[in-house]
Write a protein that binds this ligand. Structure first.
Ligand code: NBP
Length: 480
């Protein structure tokens, strides 16, 4: 028993995480992979890491000091279940099994419940930041019991990314599936942020005729202000890239069909069942789906557009409008994402510190940005804040930016340029701040065809109009 931590699954993520662990003072890392070659290759390529290789689950368990702690980094789904089954056989009560893969949170809730019955701790931990993060410091979102956090906390803190203020990007999110839930929403927010940036690029390009390289400069400039973030930074890099083969901007050579691995869809599906409108994330997910149906796009080319040239008069003014529209829409997307976490915590009985979540996203993950400090400030000021976008800093930005935001959505609509994330965020904003919504009419319709009843603004109780009778109103049972 020489190792204090083990890693199962030595593909790119697992081997990078194992190297990260081994590079930290005080860690000795046991490694195991189903097929032996990956283990041999890793151990040979990194003698400096002092790995303790194991070639069976029994050997792996025997090489770990107690309480045994192992991080699983295998393909999500069946493979994760298979590894858990094997580890449960060789581990003992008090030991800790961590799933660092991209599990769907209901699976994590199920696994935690099953493993807990053996007395072994199970922790689902969202690990963000891809390969590079795994090696140099990811943002880590662990769930699981308080007991397992005592052992695991110091280990995870030692390998996590570090924010500018020196804080490690890991916190105990909440019990059972809370960590993977928060990782899921992180990815959903990432989808929204990327789509918003893509819409901003498209509008500027088509409205002003700027080249990708010129737009790269605009994004680089934006990256020095309130939009400063990893995603804005890499967008500039991608736009500046020239294709070696054709000499064209790379972005013009890349097929315009966006892929997805499903975490955006999970975020939206979960939001639908929780009744939380995450329209920015949903539109971003749908925009990827729309893009990847070439057969539909091909036949739809016959449908007419507005038939006018899109050319803005004041190019610099338009670029600034787009910047403000992007920032406003981004505030809404994050506000919606945090709303989903709040609602998920209420539904699944997790105590989640939303400010702490925003802080651990400041480094080691794709949505890392200065902006997250503002979210942390907002929740520090008001932990029960019902709508993040109403915190003073964000409300101020929306007040300053809303006129530009509207101009951009109008321009896009008139020009026939799709801006689903910009415009749905604006619709959400206007819906949320409205004094009265036409939901009153929807209730009337529901009562008409289904006797679903309604409430009144002027008195308590539940009512139904006798639509097919004399149309008088009666008090009714509340059937929603
Ligand atoms: P993969 O997702 O490609 O999985 C390959 C690993 O799973 C190999 O070690 C393979 O062993 C092992 N494995 C499989 Br497949 N079936 C197994 C089984 N029945 N029993 C034991 N091991 C099995 O690896 P990855 O790309 O390194 O990703 C690992 C995890 O990290 C995944 O959950 C993934 O979703 C997540 N991930 C996260 C990020 C991020 O940014 N956070 C990025 C990429 C991946 P073998 O060598 O014997 O075939």
């Amino acid at each position: 028993a020489a190792a204090n931590i083990g890693v199962v699954g030595l593909a790119v993520m697992g081997s990078n995480l194992a190297r990260n662990l081994a590079s930290r003072e005080g860690n000795t890392v046991a490694v195991y992979n189903r097929s032996r070659t990956k283990t041999d290759e890793l151990v040979q390529a990194h003698p400096e890491a002092g790995f303790v290789p194991a070639f069976s689950y029994e050997e792996f368990a025997a090489s770990l000091s107690k309480p045994r702690t192992a991080i699983i980094m295998v393909k999500a789904g069946g493979p994760t279940d298979a590894v858990i089954d094997e580890l449960v056989k060789v581990f003992e009560p008090g030991d800790i099994i961590v799933d660092g893969g991209n599990a769907y949170f209901p699976d994590t809730i199920r696994r935690e419940k099953a493993v807990r019955e053996t007395g072994i701790n199970f922790v689902g931990a969202g690990i963000s930041g891809g390969e590079e993060g795994a090696l140099n410091g990811p943002s880590i979102m662990p769930g699981g019991s308080d007991e397992s956090w005592v052992t695991l906390g110091p280990i995870l803190k030692s390998i996590a990314a570090v924010a500018d203020d020196g804080e490690p990007c890991v916190t105990h999110i909440g019990h059972d599936g809370a960590g993977h839930f928060v990782k899921m929403v992180h990815n959903g927010i990432e989808y929204a942020d990327m789509q918003l940036i893509a819409e901003a690029y498209d509008l500027i390009r088509r409205g002003t005729g700027r080249t990708p390289a010129e737009i790269a400069d605009i994004f680089a400039e934006w990256n020095t202000g309130e939009l400063e973030s990893y995603l804005i930074e890499i967008t500039a890099e991608v736009l500046r890239q020239v294709d070696a083969e054709t000499g064209k901007p790379l972005v013009d050579v890349i097929l315009d069909q966006a892929g997805a691995k499903g975490t955006g869809a999970w975020t939206v599906q979960t939001a639908l069942s929780l009744g939380v409108p995450v329209s920015g994330i949903a539109e971003a997910t749908f925009a990827r789906s729309l893009s990847s149906h070439p057969e539909q796009r091909e036949v739809a080319r016959v449908l007419p557009g507005p038939g006018t040239e899109f050319q803005v008069d004041d190019a610099d003014g338009f670029v600034e409008d787009v910047r403000q529209a992007l920032f406003a829409s981004k505030i809404i997307a994050y506000s919606q994402g945090f709303d989903e976490i709040r609602a998920g915590a209420a539904e699944y009985n997790w105590t989640i510190d939303l400010g702490a979540v925003s802080k651990i996203w400041r480094a080691g993950c794709i949505i890392r940005a200065q902006f997250l400090n503002r979210i942390a400030d907002a929740y520090a000021e008001q932990p029960e804040l019902p709508v993040l976008a109403t915190a003073p800093y964000f409300a101020d930005a929306l007040t300053r930016g809303q006129a530009a935001w509207r101009r951009v959505v109008i321009a896009a609509t008139q020009a026939g340029i799709p801006s689903p994330a910009f415009s749905s965020s604006l619709a959400y904003y206007d819906g949320l701040r409205a004094d009265r919504l036409p939901a009153a009419l929807v209730q009337g319709q529901r009562d008409f065809f289904g006797a679903h009843t309604y409430k009144r603004i002027d008195k308590e109780g539940t009512f139904h109009t006798l639509w097919s009778g004399d149309r008088t109103e009666i008090e009714a049972e509340d059937t929603h």
